[in-house]
Design a protein around this ligand. Structure first.
Ligand SMILES: *[C@@H]1O[C@H](CO)[C@@H](O)[C@H](O)[C@H]1NC(C)=O
Ligand SMILES: [Zn+2]
Ligand SMILES: [Zn+2]
Length: 330
């Protein structure tokens, strides 16, 4: 019907104009609000839906639990998780467990998350372990991360993202032998690092940017804007040796992986130049947004007073007024 988030208002308009709202349209609109982080709004829609006599099904609960997960509402999450079977006769499936794991992970409750996986009546998939892996990354628990990665490798040995994430975590704490070990594992599987890229659309054309990309026809303007924005948000170390001023993961940056010219920033600058004020700048990215870019994007939305939406491999980040809809967890 309408695409996943990005343009929430348009989705809402279409939904409101629907003469007959069926289960699919309810599920979709709840999911649209969920992925943008409007948790309590989803709960309101859910009561409306039930009051209008619709029986929610498994998909409805995926939307609701995703809403809880994205907005970090742990108690509400348990409430829905327990109620789905009890009140609506819907058995929790693997996706519902996935949402609960995201929620527990976000709350930093890694042990509880691990227990939930072990208690599951279903066979855990690599997506399930992946949820524990991202939580471990977020809370910098490398022991739990290694455990989760190990399970993922045994199920899904060519999961590039998982190798990269684990290697990054080891690099952050300077465990270079472990970095090498993971890289070798990757090589043994015949895998290469995926290079990150960001897409932005303008006038029906898609513009593609890679990290440190200078190949775009309008690169000059893009870098100019990036330079101006960097100064505005106090990242004035662009041309100097200021790399050391940047926080964690210094080791990675020192190895020529500075986030300052990451693809998402280049695509954002291009979007800010081309897309009319008042319209959302919508960017798609093939890999997870890094923490540095996430915090920069928030500040860019604040200083430019523009709305920027970045869909990464996992969620949509809706940046506005210096904040992100994901609540800084993704
Ligand atoms: C829920 O119902 C909708 C509409 O009938 C259907 O498209 C969807 O596949 C259902 N989901 C599940 C998990 O049964
Ligand atoms: Zn980045
Ligand atoms: Zn975010």
């Amino acid at each position: 019907m309408y695409s996943k988030c990005g343009d929430l208002e348009a989705a809402r308009e279409v939904f409101d104009r629907l003469e007959l709202k069926d289960l699919v349209s309810w599920n979709t609109i709840i999911m649209a609000y969920a992925i943008c982080g409007f948790g309590s709004y989803c709960f309101g829609l859910f009561s409306d839906m039930v009051n209008e006599g619709h029986e929610p099904n498994g998909s409805t609960f995926v939307s609701l639990l995703s809403a809880c997960s994205i907005a970090g509402l742990l108690d509400d999450g348990w409430e829905f998780f327990n109620s789905m079977k009890r009140d609506y006769g819907v058995d929790p499936g693997i996706e519902h467990y996935g949402c609960m794991l995201d929620l527990l992970g976000r709350a930093g409750n890694l042990e509880r998350a691990k227990c939930l996986i072990e208690e599951m009546p279903l066979e855990p998939t690599s997506r399930i372990w992946g949820s524990l892996l991202s939580a471990s990354r977020h809370h910098r628990d490398i022991t739990m991360a290694a455990l989760a990665a190990d399970r993922i490798f045994s199920l899904d040995s060519d999961n590039t993202g998982c190798y990269v994430l684990l290697a990054d975590m080891y690099a952050e704490v300077g465990r270079w032998e472990d970095v090498q070990r993971v890289r070798n594992l990757m090589k043994k599987q015949g895998l290469k690092m995926t290079s990150s890229c960001s897409l932005v659309e303008h006038n029906g054309r898609t513009h593609n940017f890679k990290n440190h990309d200078k190949s775009h026809g309008e690169s000059y303007a893009v870098y100019e804007v990036l330079d101006i924005l960097s100064r505005m948000i106090g990242e004035d170390n662009l041309h100097s040796s200021g790399v050391s001023k940047l926080k964690p993961a210094v080791s990675l940056k020192a190895r020529g992986n500075s986030p300052v010219f990451h693809s998402v920033r280049l695509a954002t600058c291009f979007g800010l130049i081309k897309i009319a004020r008042g319209e959302t700048v919508l960017i798609r990215k093939n890999v997870r947004l890094c923490e540095d870019c996430h915090s920069t994007m928030k500040r860019i939305s604040l200083v430019t007073k523009r709305e920027i939406v970045v869909g990464d491999s996992k969620v949509f980040h809706h940046f506005k007024d210096g904040r992100c809809s994901c609540g800084d967890y993704w």
